[in-house]
Design a protein around this ligand. Structure first.
Ligand code: PLP
Length: 405
């Protein structure tokens, strides 16, 4: 007998289970619209040329070694990441009211920020959009939060944001509640608030004394311009809010498995900076001690060099433009086929994902009959489309809708 006898499996993680099904599928028509990673026109992962260049430079740099990094990471990297988010000329950076902490990608930044809020500050209540990235709730609950609430976000009838619902729900939040906000390219809906809507969200957060925790996993990926994509975060910070913001360089640098992220902290009192950093240091020390170096060296090198940074911006444009083009092709084809329903939302939504509005029954048909893999919520990754398969996908969506009428 083993002491582990009787341990039961936990529930599968949908997106990884779906990917496994896709890999095992031998049908030549198969299409993967599930996993949240960029794919080229040929359906392949993409190592950005500038990342390759920076990787080589890091490997060849004899001044570098494998000594431990500081607990809060590589400062040249974390400062560059914070400046990318807040702007090089951010007054909060100048005043030393903002700083970055290198984390284990975006998830690690969310976890560290949530640990701090729960364990150091005793916060228990958090709000997440309905729907949201499926890991938000789990990360916050694992970090010590106990009381998670949804705020309305998606309106299935308009296939856009339920803004009145969102405001009504935030108004109900108790003082001190932590509000998770997607900085841009909302996952899974692809719908971001307008500038005017952000102003109203900020008004409520200020009035009700809530704490905004931004999640920035797609800076540059939404519009192709990192400055444009940082609008919401910069607006809050310029308005004087204290915030946390998790940043991920998984998507916009294609560094998924290097686990390179940053937690940007903006706070009003420069005198408390050292105390916050000290408590963060202890949280990291007890979780994983200190972060890995390679991803931070790459991103730091690129962001800190004007030429490499420009190359990176060019690559972001290539990725975001390809996504926008696929949106256009898919929508046109669905409309050409006279697929029941309206399809403007496909091109109105931004970022990697589209919330199609397909029902669970339709998704099941797409997977089982057409070998097209997508989440049960109807979320598709636009990068899974290319000029060779978009017509097949549109026709299959048409058929799935007809079959469930
Ligand atoms: N937040 C959102 C909204 C995401 O979509 C993702 C990844 O899919 C993440 C955070 C975290 O990603 P990672 O930990 O790979 O940086």
């Amino acid at each position: 007998a083993s002491i582990f006898d009787g341990i039961e499996k936990g529930p599968p993680i949908e997106v990884f289970a779906l990917n496994k099904l896709f890999l095992e599928d031998t049908d030549s028509r198969k299409v993967n619209l599930g996993v949240g990673a960029y794919r080229t026109e040929e359906g392949k992962p993409w190592v950005l040329p500038v990342v390759k260049k920076a990787e080589k430079a890091v490997v060849d740099d004899d001044s570098l070694n494998h000594e431990y990094l500081p607990v809060l990471g590589l400062d040249t990297y974390a400062s560059a990441a914070t400046a990318l988010l807040l702007g090089e000329d951010s007054i909060q950076i100048k005043n030393k009211n903002a700083f970055g902490i290198q984390t284990l990608s975006g998830t690690g930044a969310l976890r560290l920020g949530a640990e701090f809020l729960a364990r150091v500050m005793g916060r228990r209540v958090f709000y997440y959009s309905e729907p949201t990235w499926e890991n938000h709730q789990k990360v916050f609950l694992s970090a010590g939060f106990t009381d998670g609430h949804a705020y309305r976000y998606w309106d299935p009838t308009t296939r856009g944001i339920d803004f009145d619902g969102l405001i009504a729900d935030l108004k109900k939040a108790p003082e001190g509640a932590v509000i998770i906000l997607h900085a841009c390219a909302h996952n899974p809906t692809g719908c971001d608030p307008t500038k005017e809507q952000w102003v109203k969200i900020a008004d409520i957060i200020e009035e009700k004394k809530l704490f905004p925790f931004f999640d920035s996993a797609y800076q540059g990926f939404a519009s192709g311009d990192p400055v444009h994509d940082a609008f919401a975060v910069r607006y809050f910070v310029e308005r004087g809010f204290e915030i946390f913001c998790s940043q991920s360089f998984a998507k916009n640098f294609g560094l998924y498995n290097e686990r390179i992220g940053n937690l940007t902290v903006v706070q009003k009192n420069p005198a408390t900076s050292a105390a916050i950093q000290s408590r963060m240091t202890l949280l990291v020390r007890f979780m994983y001690s200190n972060p890995p170096a390679f991803g931070g060296r790459i991103v730091g090198k690129v962001l800190n060099s004007p030429e490499l940074r420009q190359e990176w911006m060019d690559s972001i444009k290539i990725m975001s433009s390809r996504i926008i083009k696929m949106r256009k092709l898919l929508r046109e084809e669905l409309e050409n086929l006279k697929t029941p329903g309206t399809w403007e939302h496909i091109t109105q939504q931004i970022g990697m994902f589209s919330y199609t509005g397909l029902t669970e029954a339709q998704v099941k048909i797409l997977i089982e009959k057409y070998h097209i893999y997508l989440l049960a919520s109807g979320r598709i990754n636009m990068c899974g489309l290319n000029e060779k398969n978009y017509k097949y996908v549109a026709q299959s969506i048409y058929d799935a809708i007809q079959a469930t009428k």
